[in-house]
Design a binder for this molecule. Structure first.
Ligand code: DPM
Length: 351
């Protein structure tokens, strides 16, 4: 067998082939997401050998810990790629890692799941002081602003746990979750209302899956690069650049809404105070018509934009998408976005 850190086996004809190992967390959503990427790889490369490795991840409050466990396994060459929800990945990855693929986005919007006793209602028609479950500052701020008669309380745990808490107790009138996660779990039938951008804009990267790889593993990078969906990558680069420029993390009330129409990329971005009473929102657009021909020989794998490597997507279009996010963030910063976010962060840390 060949030397090196990777795993190889002999196929039926005695030929040595590399085994591609995919790391995943053990939650049902993580397994479903990983399987869907594995299926797409199998479709593109029928001859590859895939192995899915469930990794034990300790989630001790801090969200970044569970992506870190997967990165440790990547770093030690125990796995070759890991699948994440893009929205859980920071805008700057630790050195040595890159997002080698961003798959076509599912419905990026948030959805309302009602307690069975409230079926038929909407956020608008729920009674005064109904309790809505979410731990997302972004969702609470926007929905509070729009529907001031509602009250918000934290709800934690994976999707299975949350639905159970909703259905089996009387603590929540409804909960708000990403439509994409519900759909992947096969719980679309529980969605009573999908929130449009006027009610609640989504989180940066929401609804898109990302494949994280070792930045220098060119074979794997090349292999997964076919999974990129160009429109989704460009939208997500703009969204991530917006968040990065605002110096926002996953725990600040920042929301986005993007569209691609006629080679134009539109980005709406907003920041909110915790109760939504203070906010700044604006929209900018850029052309993403690519005049550069993508020549794989000339593309530098080390080029990363907000943690993403997309060598088969026009570099010029990616640059413009990134610029769009930075420009929109600077526009909001010039209007006082920093103060809104600083206060929100302080109040949230204190609570
Ligand atoms: C992040 C947030 C949440 C997750 C914050 C936000 C929601 C936390 C909560 C960054 N990650 O959205 O404002 O509701 O308390 C998460 C989910 C998915 C990926 C579940 C969900 C599935 C959807 C996707 C948790 N991360 O948001 O309902 O792949 O985009």
């Amino acid at each position: 067998m060949e030397e090196g850190p990777y795993k190889y086996i002999r196929d039926g004809n005695g030929k040595v082939i590399r085994v591609i190992r995919i790391g995943t967390r053990k939650s049902q959503l993580a397994r479903i997401q990983t399987d869907s990427v594995a299926d797409k790889l199998k479709e593109l490369y029928p001859d590859i050998q895939l192995e899915i490795m469930p990794l034990v991840c300790f989630q001790i409050g801090e969200k970044s810990l569970f992506t870190k466990e997967l990165e440790n396994a990547l770093e030690r060459n125990e796995v070759d790629l890991v699948v994440h929800s893009l929205k859980d990945l920071p805008t700057t990855l630790p050195p040595g890692f890159t997002i080698g693929a961003v798959l076509k986005r599912e419905n990026p919007h948030d959805a309302v799941v009602l307690h069975p006793k409230n079926v038929g209602k909407t956020l608008d028609t729920l009674p005064e002081n109904s309790v809505i479950g979410t731990s997302s500052l972004r969702r609470a701020a926007q929905v509070k602003k729009r529907f001031p008669h509602l009250i918000f309380k934290d709800i934690r745990g994976n999707l299975n746990t949350r639905l159970k808490k909703l259905d089996e107790k009387d603590d929540f009138a409804a909960i708000i979750l990403a439509a994409a996660g519900l759909k992947r779990m096969g719980w679309e039938n529980r969605i009573s209302q999908v929130l449009g951008p006027e009610d609640c804009m989504y989180a940066v990267g929401q609804g898109a899956l990302a494949v994280e790889v070792r930045a220098r593993d060119t074979d794997i990078l090349e292999m997964v690069s076919l999974l990129h969906d160009p429109d989704t990558v460009l939208r997500c680069i703009a969204e991530r650049a917006f968040l990065k420029q605002l110096e926002g993390g996953c725990s600040v009330p920042v929301a986005v809404y993007t569209q691609v129409k006629d080679s134009q990329l539109y980005l709406t971005g907003a920041v909110y105070s915790l109760d939504g009473s203070d906010s700044l929102k604006d929209t900018m657009q850029t052309s993403i018509a690519a005049s550069d021909k993508v020549n794989p020989e000339e593309v530098d794998d080390r080029v990363q934009r907000v943690g993403v490597t997309a060598r088969k997507v026009s570099g010029e279009a990616q640059d413009r998408a990134e610029r769009l996010g930075i420009d929109l963030a600077n526009l909001l910063l010039s209007k006082g976005a920093k103060d809104i976010l600083t206060v929100a962060r302080q109040l949230n840390d204190a609570s």
